[in-house]
Design a protein around this ligand. Structure first.
Ligand code: FES
Ligand code: FES
Length: 926
């Protein structure tokens, strides 16, 4: 074991105009000095390797990655962090306001780095052009926004771009208004508290020992001796230290994970032990000296290997390594395909995709008597509470989950990450324990988008009507269940796309392998299915001889046609409207591309592609409730207790807008109470595009009830008006006004004058053995049109523009919805063209590439409003929907440009070139 003595010295520099002197090892990262020694946690750390740009600060006016600057290098320099921008010059204050006005900060994890990088540009050039802006932020990654609103915000900053900030709306007029997000100010000031931003006094740290192999047995040496030998190490925890039921998982009936592997690790990165100790001692530990002997075993890495005869079972009770099967069958698909005038088929594959949120998992836990508190980034506080209680063997009421701001989640932060380790250590040691995943640890150990292999055949009549689709898919679900059952169950419902398909068979399997678990990632498998189905429909349209967009319009679901589960929605089916909204652009873009291809001499070919989507909001045929509580205080303010975690999508703002209009109060009268399980009821998980719809509906119901209660208090009828003023409430009815004397009223058990609590659970029905029933109460619909250029010599693809039409029911906040769409397009582009996670390789943001500002095209959002009678003010979800059609639209555009299908995404240049060469040789895929 090597413990390197720190060489501390006094280092003096200026930070945000203030001289500071710190005692630090000169080699210590400046980012750590700023965050940990000076408390300037506005500077974020996403990779510690110079790849993400989240830690960007100004060093003598130049943007640098603070994680790559040694503290000694800052000596005598002027450092500026996000906290110092506003007071540096009025223009920089305007920059932050412009970010707010444009909705340029979603989760906010990249925002400090973006603001600082933009500052460096604007200080030299107050009127930059778009390319200059894109260059300036090119080294800062954002996983949420798709960059367009960030670029617009910077372009407008020098010219008063913050002047359009809308922070309030008239009472009753919040819905539909482009209000700035209620948590936006904290994000642009750098004061938002993410998982790693709070360090309790005397907190111990954790280093987890993880399997270096895909499959391995392991044998510990003398762990007590190891701990005793290393000053600062307090304890080593293993499976035998888990006091409760060491079996957890996001879907309780499939729970199969343990805090630490027992004897055999089933995937690379699985935890086998945790070393708990003083943070500075842990940092210096050389884990290669940890007393464990690995006995590597042959792993199962692919679905074919897992399903092969005689393959060892990864979980003994799961036959053939199949975690779960999904099935939706309607009509007679075999006969329909036989009778179809045209039939086309194909096989498509998609790879694993890493979530790559900018904030790695982090948090701390502390024991308070017989209660454990866990403050961490999470998408699902109540699910965390359940599993932490199970692990510790205590009642759920003895676990308090305090969600921090979440720097991006996209599904992966639904699963536990740091929570079991910090909770277990804090519980045992009765000391605060903190843990921050490194980027590599995050990538190695957290869930991925499922890799998929899909086969399908589709049939149509001579006049272009779809008659049948036969779809099957195997999903590589990795070593543990996570959300595999949800993916296998949701995909068969959605694999038809938003079309009338009278004869249908969709069969899926989630198959275990020795790969890190695949879980939830924006769309739960539907983006993969759309890649297959939308390409096959294009081929079918071509065979029929129809325009590809008109083929989709002809077959689009309507209010009166049954879905593949036999559900007739009866209202708000907006898919046809989405396609029709694209028609003008489709026609003009197709014409322009054909002109370009006919006249240009050179390697570029243009193409245009279209794809549709639908997505059921909320859980599939399962209870899915949200409960919202609101309370009226004696000074006439309204406390909104809602547990929906805002992971950047804007639920804090959206839910408040809905509630404000239901009450009829200005949004400025609301105080938001977070998702802390001790003080807010359960609003379920932030996933499946359910928070606007489900929690928003619960907020609408609670708000309506509060309005009625206030009128009732005044003895007024339901038609009375309520006026919320400074320090009081007045009720007007029939020309008379009365002030409510709230101070004279008693407080209830929650400490409010009036408390209203409502629960909403969407009306769904179970699916029968053929998958028939009503799996969702409401669906979102959408269609994307991609315009691209292919370089036929290099195989590179550049996306020029995406036009995205989405039926959102009611646009509660158009700016936030556009942000979801633009971010979804960027993730869809990454999936289509560049992103693939190879287990055991490239476990960092240097090798795993996500789109940067220069990769993302112009996005034109078209919002269609087909209101749902169930959703709050008619609203539906948008989060998952936005990502689904982008990749198939791009892939269809590639075919349009160069006449080749790419059977496995991402369509990297080598794959595009290979497909073109195969076509040139007379291969079949073209
Ligand atoms: S944390 Fe410094 S570049 Fe990522
Ligand atoms: S807002 Fe950019 S990473 Fe979330």
């Amino acid at each position: 074991m090597t413990v390197v003595a720190a060489h501390r010295s006094m280092i003096t520099f200026s930070v945000n105009g203030r001289d500071v002197e710190v005692s630090a090892d000169g080699a210590r990262r400046l980012s750590r000095v700023l965050r940990e020694d000076l408390g300037l946690t506005g500077t974020k750390v996403g990779c510690d390797a110079g790849d993400c740009g989240a830690c960007t600060v100004l060093l003598n006016g130049e943007p640098v990655c603070a994680c790559l600057v040694a503290a000694a290098q800052a000596a005598g320099c002027e450092v500026v962090t996000v906290e110092g921008l506003a007071k540096r010059s009025p223009m920089l204050g305007r920059l932050q306001q412009s970010f707010l006005a444009h909705g340029a900060a979603q989760c906010g994890a990249c925002t400090p780095g973006m603001l600082v990088s933009a500052t460096a540009l604007l200080e030299k050039n107050s009127s930059p052009n778009k390319n200059e802006v894109m260059d300036a932020i090119g080294g800062v990654l954002c996983r949420c926004t798709g960059y367009r609103k960030i670029i617009s915000a910077i372009l407008e900053a020098g010219t008063g771009g913050g002047s359009r900030v809308v922070k309030t709306a008239e009472a009753g007029a919040a819905v539909g208004t482009r209000l700035v997000r209620l948590d936006g100010q904290r994000k642009v000031e750098g004061s938002e508290v993410f998982g790693a931003d709070e360090i309790p006094k005397d907190a111990l740290g954790v280093r987890v020992v993880r399997s270096p192999h895909h499959r391995t047995r392991f044998h510990f040496g003398d762990l007590d001796a190891f701990a005793a030998k290393h000053p600062g190490v307090v304890v080593v925890l293993t499976a035998k230290d888990v006091p409760g039921a060491d079996c957890y998982g996001v879907i309780p009936r499939c729970a199969d994970q343990s805090v630490f592997a027992h004897h055999e690790a089933r995937h690379r990165g699985e935890a086998v032990a945790a070393i708990v100790g003083e943070p500075c001692a842990l940092e210096k530990l050389d884990l290669s000296e940890f007393p464990v002997r690995w006995e590597e075993l042959p792993p199962i890495k692919t679905v074919d290997e897992a399903l092969a005869d005689g393959a060892p079972r990864i979980h003994g009770h799961r036959e053939e390594n199949v975690l779960v099967r999904g099935r939706v069958v309607r009509g007679d698909v075999d006969q329909a395909l036989q009778q179809a005038d045209f039939v086309v088929g194909g096989e498509f594959e998609t790879g694993f995709v890493e979530h790559a949120y900018i904030e790695p998992e982090a948090g701390f836990a502390r024991r308070i008597g017989d209660t454990i508190e866990v403050q961490a980034c999470t998408q699902s506080p109540y699910m965390d509470r359940h599993d932490v209680a199970k692990i510790l063997g205590i009642a759920p009421e003895k676990v308090r989950i305090i969600p921090t701001a979440v720097g991006g989640g996209f599904g992966s932060k639904l699963d536990l990450s740091v929570q079991p380790f910090i909770a277990l250590a804090a519980w045992k040691l009765d000391r605060p324990v903190r843990m921050v995943y490194s980027r590599t640890e995050s990538i190695v150990s957290t869930t991925k988008r499922h890799a998929a292999r899909m086969r399908l055949r589709a049939g149509a009549t001579r006049d272009g009507r779809l008659t049948a689709l036969d779809f099957s898919a195997d999903f590589n679900t990795g070593a543990y269940s996570s959300w595999g059952p949800t993916v296998a169950g949701r995909v068969p419902v959605h694999a038809s796309g938003p079309y009338i398909v009278p004869n249908y068979r969709a069969l899926t399997r989630a198959v275990h392998t020795n790969i890190v678990p695949a879980g939830a990632f924006r769309g739960f498998g539907v983006p993969q299915a759309a890649i297959a189905q939308e390409q096959i429909y294009d081929e079918l349209a071509d065979r029929v001889g129809m325009d590809r967009l008109e083929f989709r319009i002809l077959n689009a679901l309507s209010n009166t046609t049954p879905t593949v589960t036999g559900q007739v929605l009866g209202e708000c089916v907006g898919i046809r409207a989405c396609f029709e909204a694209l028609r003008p652009r489709w026609n003009s873009a197709r014409f322009a591309a054909s002109q370009f291809n006919a006249t240009i001499k050179g390697p570029l070919r243009r193409g245009v592609g279209v794809a549709g989507m639908w997505y059921g909001c909320g859980n599939t045929s399962l209870p899915n409730p949200s409960t919202v509580r609101i309370g009226l205080t004696r000074d006439g303010r309204i406390a909104l207790h809602q547990g929906a975690v805002d992971i950047g999508q804007g639920s804090n703002t959206i839910v408040t807008q809905i509630c404000a209009d239901a009450v009829g109060a200005p949004i400025t009268h609301f105080d938001l109470v977070s998702g802390d399980t001790a003080i807010s009821p359960d609003c379920g998980k932030t996933s499946a595009s359910r928070q606007t719809f489900v929690t928003g509906k619960a907020a609408h119901m609670a708000g309506t009830k509060l309005r009625e209660a206030i009128l009732n208090l005044a003895g007024a009828c339901k038609c009375g008006d309520i006026q919320f003023g400074e320090g009081g409430i007045w009720v007007h009815e029939n020309g008379k006004s009365q002030a409510l004397d709230l101070n004279a009223l008693p407080l209830d058990e929650h400490g409010y004058v009036i408390t209203c609590q409502e629960t909403f659970d969407p009306p769904v029905t179970p699916l029968d053995e053929n998958g028939q029933g009503n799996p969702y109460a409401v669906y979102g619909f959408g269609a994307h049109l991609a315009e691209i250029e292919v370089d036929i010599e290099l195989g590179t693809v550049r996306v020029v523009k995406v036009t995205a039409a989405h039926d959102v029911g009611k646009a509660i906040n158009p700016t936030l919805i556009e942000g979801q769409i633009e971010g979804g397009v960027a993730q869809g582009l990454g999936m289509a063209l560049m992103e693939e996670f190879f287990p055991g390789k490239g476990e960092n943001l240097h090798d795993y590439l996500i789109p940067s500002a220069g990769d993302v095209p112009e996005v034109e959002s078209i919002l269609i409003e087909e209101p749902s009678s169930i959703g709050p003010f008619g609203a539906k979800g948008i989060g998952e929907q936005a990502v689904i059609p982008t990749a198939p639209a791009i892939l269809n555009a590639i075919y349009d440009a160069v006449g080749v299908r790419i059977p496995k995404v991402p369509a990297t240049p080598d794959r595009v070139r290979a497909a073109m060469l195969e076509k040139a040789r007379g291969g079949t895929r073209g």
